[in-house]
Each structure stands twice: as structure tokens, then as C-alpha cells.
Design a protein around this ligand. Structure first.
Ligand code: GLA
Length: 429
């Protein structure tokens, strides 16, 4: 289900702007496709196809049993990222305590790629003198190494992609010690046009899926466990087939930017996708912007809380070497991380007409986010009725940002989250 959300303040989504009308985001509801999905049917196919698929599925699950956490270079460094920046991010993950809080992947995004040699082997460009040495450095810190490529001849930033070199690149990554690959559609679109001049939707989809399967198989062939992150901006109902092509996570929208408008439109538009996420295969509403400076602390708390409720991958996108205490406190709120990383692996849902979201947790408790996204100057109170989250009697309520017990309550709880902000609760019987 995709909902209208209304925003009123300058700098926020315009009044009456709705998720549906953000067509550039390729987030059409496509309810016919959503409804045709049958987990039962998928399970049957899996069992009937023999143990091979079952083994693959379980390897896929183990690889990303909870949503991957780490850091990615793109949101802050973009095309300027260098070996030194990545090493300094790895250092900061350790010294800040982020590694110990769960952020273990150090992911180099686009623009590391150089030329291929006469044998077709990819080499990094001048910014990355030695990828194997970089991987070794990252591993020496107890972290994992992520890299980026495209199924097309060129990446989004115009660098060398993996088209026609899938197996060779997968093996190169494995030799460098890579643990995570973000595989970004971009340049494949030209190939899709050449092979499908009529722009037949089904044919385009088949070409794209084949390209993702090809790299998945190439990664498997290396024998190295490598988390597979699909990035094609949420088109063609990727949540329905992302896991089938081997994805551990798949982007559900176009790129996030460091503004409340972008973050809120992406985050609050995830309603309805929860049935497609679970251990080993996650919806990915894109990386975190926390600490990049375009939002205030309340708004960044909204991103952290909403992403946790969504069981989204938590990939920090800021300059970790220059974090203030507020940024650290948001990224490293262990109670919020625990909501994201809960082993039940259920993506939370929007409940009720207001922006109230709920995520069931493995111990029977529920995380509830009450979001003030209607950014009038006077924030409005929001009432949560406990019976609406399945608790008819008395409940214990804990505030995960205040780190304090609210008490044992019955009936309902009313709060007024700050403008653009959130109150995040854990509630149990
Ligand atoms: C696309 C992706 C981004 C980033 C850039 C790199 O836009 O969606 O996340 O990887 O490419 O060029």
C-alpha cells in the first residue's frame, strides 16, 4: 500500500505532494504484481526443485541474516573517494565504537575503477594503488570490504563496468578479499536498448534479471561468501524477484539526498513492501545521511528510527573521521540498532492513518515509531492505542531515544514528537 503524505513547510515536500506522484522514483504501487506474489508458491517451487536451491537459499540467508551494517563512500565523498579516505573510515569505525555496534562493512562505491589490461583484468585507478592491500587493511581491523560495479559496460559515473567480464571480475574481487558487491544497473540500460529496440517491458526485465543472475553465479563460483546488493532504483517491482536473482538486498527507490524531503519521501513510501523482506533478503531504501549536515538532529533521528523499523540496511554515508557527539549518539544508539537487527527479521509496517509505524520483535515486544512528518509550526500530538498493536492490557513502555522507562500504562499513550522528529518506543506486555 502506498499512502499520500502531506508536507507543509518550505524545504519539505510540497503541500499535497504524494508518494504516488513522485514518479521519477519508479515507486508505482503495482498492486497487481504485489498481490500475485505467493510465498507458499515460492516455497513449493523451492522444495520441488531439489536440495540445490535450498542450499543456496540457506547460504543467502546466512550471508545477511540481519540487515547489513557498515559505511559506504558515496553520500559524502562521491567521486572524490580515495584509498586514504577509505582507510580513515575503517579507522574511525573502530575508534568511534561503530564497529562494535555492528557497522562492519566498509564499502567503496563508484569511481575506484581503472582500465582493463590485455587479459581483460580490471585494475583500480590512481586513487586506489592496491585493492588487495586495502582489503587486507580493512580485514586487519575486524571489518569487511565492499566494492561496487555495474552489469553494464560503464558505471553510473562513467567508469569501467563488468559487462562481458563478470566471472573474471568476481574472481578478482574474491582475490582482493571482497565481502560485499553493490551491482548498479546504469550502463546496462544501453545494452538493454540495443537488444530490445522495441522497448518491450518483459524483454527488458528478462535482460536485466539475466544480468543480475550472471553476476550472482559468478560470485558463487568464486566460493567466497559475498553479500550481493542489487541497485536498479526500485524499478520493475524488484522486491518480487530480487531474492530470486540472488540479491541479499535491493534498492527500492532512486538515490537519497541529504534533505528531509528526500529522506521522508523515500522512508515513508516503503509501506507495503514489508512482505518481501526477511533474513537474507532485504528491501534497501538507500544509505543513511546522518551526519552529512543537511538535516537537523530530530530529522536524522527520524531516519535512524524509520530505517530501524523498516529492517533496512544501515550503511552510514558520512565522513566518519569528523563526527560530532550528536551524530555518534544517533548512529550508535544501541537500542535503535537492536530494533533494526532484531533476529525475527520482520520489516515494520505503517499502522493507522497517521505516521505510526510498528515492528514486531523476536521477544514478543514491539517497536513503535510516532513520527511528526506534518511539519506545521505547532507539532501535533499523536495517540497510540495499545490495543491497535495487539496489547489489550497493561504494557511496559520504554523510550529508545530518551533511554528511559515511561512506566506501566494501560489504554493509550499520547506524545508530541518534535517537528520532523520521532518518538521511538519499545512496548511489551
Ligand atoms: C547510482 C547509485 C548511487 C551511487 C552512484 C554511483 O546513482 O544509485 O547509490 O552508487 O550510482 O555512481
Amino acid at each position: 500500500m502506498v499512502h499520500d503524505i502531506l508536507f507543509t513547510r518550505e524545504g519539505y515536500p510540497r503541500s499535497n505532494e504524494s508518494i504516488e506522484r513522485s514518479s521519477g522514483w519508479n515507486r508505482e504501487p503495482r498492486m497487481n504484481r504485489l498481490q500475485s506474489f505467493s510465498p507458499f508458491k515460492s516455497a513449493m517451487i523451492c522444495c520441488l526443485s531439489g536440495s540445490f536451491i535450498a542450499v543456496v537459499a540457506s547460504a543467502q540467508t546466512q550471508l545477511a541474516a540481519t540487515p547489513p551494517m557498515g559505511w559506504n563512500s558515496w553520500n559524502h565523498f562521491a567521486e572524490k573517494v580515495s584509498d586514504a579516505d577509505v582507510r580513515s573510515a575503517a579507522d574511525a569505525l573502530v575508534s568511534s565504537g561503530m564497529r562494535d555496534a555492528g557497522y562492519v562493512y566498509v564499502n567503496v562505491d563508484d569511481t575506484w575503477e581503472g582500465e582493463r589490461d590485455a587479459q581483460g583484468e580490471i585494475h583500480p585507478n590512481y586513487k586506489f594503488p592496491d585493492m588487495k592491500a586495502l582489503g587486507d587493511y580493512i580485514h586487519s581491523k575486524g571489518l569487511k570490504f565492499g566494492i561496487y560495479s555495474s552489469p553494464g559496460p560503464k558505471t553510473c559515473a562513467g567508469f569501467e563496468g563488468s559487462y562481458g567480464h563478470e566471472e573474471q571480475d568476481a574472481q578478482t574481487y574474491a582475490d582482493w578479499g571482497v565481502d560485499f558487491l553493490k551491482y548498479d544497473l546504469c550502463g546496462l540500460r544501453d545494452i538493454m536498448d540495443i537488444h530490445n529496440p522495441q522497448h518491450d517491458e518483459q524483454k527488458a526485465n528478462a535482460i536485466m534479471r539475466d544480468a543480475y543472475v550472471k553476476m550472482h553465479k559468478a560470485l558463487e563460483k568464486t566460493g567466497r561468501p559475498i553479500v550481493y546488493s542489487i541497485c536498479q532504483y526500485g524499478s520493475d517491482g524488484v522486491w518480487e524477484w530480487g531474492a530470486d536473482v540472488g540479491g541479499n538486498l535491493w534498492r527500492t527507490t532512486d538515490d537519497i539526498s541529504d534533505s528531509f524531503r528526500s529522506m521522508a519521501l523515500i522512508g515513508f513510501s516503503q509501506a507495503g513492501l514489508e512482505r518481501f523482506a526477511g533474513p537474507g533478503h532485504w528491501n534497501d531504501p538507500d544509505m543513511l545521511e546522518i551526519g552529512n549536515g543537511g538535516m537537523n538532529a530530530d530529522e536524522y533521528r527520524t531516519q535512524m528510527s524509520l530505517w530501524a523499523i523498516l529492517a533496512a540496511p544501515l550503511l552510514a554515508g558520512n565522513d566518519l573521521s569528523k563526527m560530532d557527539e550528536t551524530t555518534k549518539s544517533i548512529l550508535m544508539n544501541k537500542e535503535v540498532i537492536a530494533v533494526d537487527q532484531d533476529k525475527l527479521g520482520t520489516q515494520g509496517s505503517r499502522i493507522g492513518p497517521q505516521q505510526v509505524w510498528m515492528k514486531p520483535l523476536a521477544d514478543g515486544s514491539k517497536a513503535v515509531g510516532l513520527f511528526n512528518f506534518v511539519t506545521d509550526d505547532v507539532p501535533q500530538p499523536i495517540t497510540l492505542r495499545f490495543k491497535d498493536i495487539g496489547f489489550p492490557g497493561s504494557v511496559h513502555v520504554r523510550d529508545l531515544w530518551e533511554h528511559k522507562e515511561i512506566g506501566v500504562l494501560k489504554g493509550s499513550y499520547t506524545v508530541t514528537p518534535p517537528k520532523g522528529g520521532v518518538v521511538l518506543l519499545r512496548i511489551w506486555e
